[in-house]
Design a protein around this ligand. Sequence first.
Ligand code: ADP
Ligand code: MG
Length: 191
Amino acid sequence: MDKKEIRKVISKRRKSMSENEVKEKSEIIIDKLMNTEEFKKAKNLMVFLSFDNEVYTFDFIEKAISMGKKVIVPYTVKETYEIIPTLLKNIEEDLEVSTYGYMEPKKDKIQPILEENIDMTVVPGLAFDEKMNRIGFGKGYYDRYLAKTKKESKNIAIAYDYQVLEEIPSEDFDVKMDYIITEEKIYKNAE
Ligand code: ADP
Ligand code: MG
């Protein structure tokens, strides 16, 4: 299967999840994420704002902020397929629903953070494999953004176990994950 076909199959599977399945699996995955040394150490962490049946990230964001961590979320520039990492102070006040339906920072609340100051990124995605490759929504937003973060900064994908396939296609510009955390296991980059 090519990237496009894989996106289709996995999107369909994810759409079929019940609210309860999303909630139960998200809780397990977020628990594991918060138990990683990477999270415990991180002062400035980037995390996506979950949409549809993605692993639910809003409770995680609340907890991280209350622990004194700086939480940075993506503001997407649709013209250039770029991400502006922006500091999130308050979930209730600083976000709004975008034209595409997902949550994003209000324009007047954008506080850009330089990629070099980010300690770890919690990455969304549609499909992954055990070689730590990732397939996203097809615009390369995270490939562009992750290319700018520093080498020591870890890329941690959170996903349901059915999203991790045996092998997926990857291209030169695709950035690999350091960890993929699912409700079943934690995949780690052996390199
Ligand atoms: P996704 O990662 O969202 O699944 P793809 O890997 O298919 O999407 O990439 C989508 C497009 O983004 C590709 O056409 C690719 O050329 C472009 N792209 C990816 N990374 C970069 C980058 N670092 N700089 C410029 N363009 C990039
Ligand atoms: Mg890619």
